[in-house]
Design a protein around this ligand. Structure first.
Ligand code: MN
Length: 434
């Protein structure tokens, strides 16, 4: 049975850091995700809650982590599903109470059936109750029955910790980045005109599985106009000879995500119009990566990307307005018609990880060494949009380029730099495996 991803000392350090932030006589309750049904009695693949993995390394469902700090004495307890031979014959081995106590960074383990009675006693001694709400509805209801005071939210404390990745976390994220980079290269290499979007998806997922990782989100493979749908994921179209394909796919290794987008021509050669848009997005992306500096505010990368995009849209004759109108007072100008999302997000246990900011005109949090962010500007010219008036040669083009970037004292490190993004590199790889 598999144990924790990291040394126990790493989890204990995280628990201590949380205890330091809690007032005296506090309890933190953190249930695991509830398994969800796909169809009749088959379930979706189970994924443990990111906070629970972060604080304890525990992954089994029907479990709850409880941290208490009562007059200077701290305790970490886990309520778990008890061993059960009959159930284990069908569903696999269960770690159980003894196993949890011996193999996980906790002080006490109880069967989950004891949760309510243990809580009734513990709650008599505490004054502040923190609950990770919205993870398990039954738990939310039970806690509000047992506790009549305010229910506090512990997530801001842990979110702040989760934004700064440890050396061990960075190592895992490097490996997720490198597997996903290779997957994109393999997909480029088998691409040819008339390929099905699903064939590119299959190539990428095959690479993930062979490297013992899973999707960190459903891959987006959009050819031609489908590339202009931001969350397209039916991946069911064929891609014609002169079209681009946009592939947004990342994997998860030991709970940690990578997130890469590349856009390439299915026939291996960018047309002049495709090249103009691609080069503009690439310039914006490189400029935004340059803004991933320790001490810069969250909005810096979006500002850098938006400035390049705004200027470029004017130069290409797509926007017919001043630079100021294109950019807008709060990065909300005309360019938003074609670049309608943010430039990036935090990356970690969640693909859209905790601790980032909104990307409008607000400064947001300060970037610090150990943070990992994505940088992913894009431009989308859907041919079906009636609200835009653009040169016909750009109609049906969607381009996004996304890398995963580690902030360090000495500047940004692109973890996904194994994945080619220059026009020359891409043109030499597309179709090379055929
Ligand atoms: Mn992303």
């Amino acid at each position: 049975m598999k144990g924790t991803v990291f040394e126990h000392s790493e989890y204990r350090k995280r628990q201590e850091e949380l205890f330091d932030k809690l007032p005296m006589d506090s309890i933190v309750i953190l249930p695991n995700n509830v398994p969800s049904i796909r169809s009749n009695d088959t379930k979706y693949p189970y994924r443990a809650n990111s906070y629970l993995m972060y604080l304890s390394g525990w992954e089994e469902p029907h479990s709850t982590l409880v941290l208490t700090k009562i007059s200077d004495h701290t305790n970490v307890a886990l309520f778990v599903k008890p061993r059960n031979t009959e159930l284990e014959i069908w569903e696999g081995r269960i770690v159980g109470v003894e196993g949890a106590k011996n193999g996980w960074p906790i002080k006490q383990a109880f069967p989950n059936t004891d949760f309510e009675s243990v809580m009734k006693n513990t709650l008599k001694e505490i004054s502040n109750l923190y609950l990770f709400k919205g993870i398990n509805v039954e738990m939310d209801v039970l806690v509000s029955d047992l506790w009549k005071g305010d229910i506090l939210d512990p997530s801001p404390y842990v979110d702040k910790m989760r934004t700064i990745k440890s050396t061990a976390e960075i190592e895992i994220m490097k490996s997720a980045a490198s597997i996903a980079s290779q997957a994109h290269i393999s997909a480029m290499a088998i691409t040819k005109p008339n390929i099905g979007e699903w064939e590119i998806q299959a190539c990428i997922e095959n690479h993930f599985t062979l490297n013992r990782s899973v999707n960190s989100y459903n891959p987006i493979v959009g050819g031609g106009d489908n590339a202009t749908i931001l969350h397209y994921n039916s991946n069911s179209g064929r891609i014609e000879d002169n079209e681009l394909v946009l592939v947004d796919a990342g994997c998860e290794v030991s709970g940690y995500a990578s997130d890469i987008t590349r856009t390439w021509p299915v026939n291996g050669k960018f047309t002049k119009s495709q090249r103009e848009i691609y080069e503009l997005v690439l310039e914006a992306q490189i400029s935004a990566i340059g803004a991933c500096q320790s001490g810069y505010t969250w909005d810096s990368m979006h500002r850098a990307a938006s400035e390049v995009i705004s200027r470029g849209l004017i130069d290409l004759g797509i926007l017919k307005c001043s630079k100021q109108e294109a950019l807008g007072m709060n990065l909300d100008g005309e360019f938003r018609k074609f670049f309608m999302h943010g430039t990036g997000h935090m990356l970690g246990l969640d693909v859209h990880d905790v601790g980032g900011g909104r990307q409008g005109g607000k400064a947001g949090p300060v970037l610090l060494p150990g943070m990992i962010v994505t940088v992913e500007p894009g431009l989308y010219f859907a041919s079906w949009r009636e609200d835009i008036d653009i040169p016909k040669k750009y109609s049906g083009i969607g381009v996004r380029i996304e890398d995963d970037v580690l902030i360090t004292e000495s500047g940004p490190i692109v973890l996904t730099d194994g994945c080619p993004k220059t026009i020359d590199e891409i043109e030499s790889i597309v179709g090379s495996a055929l």
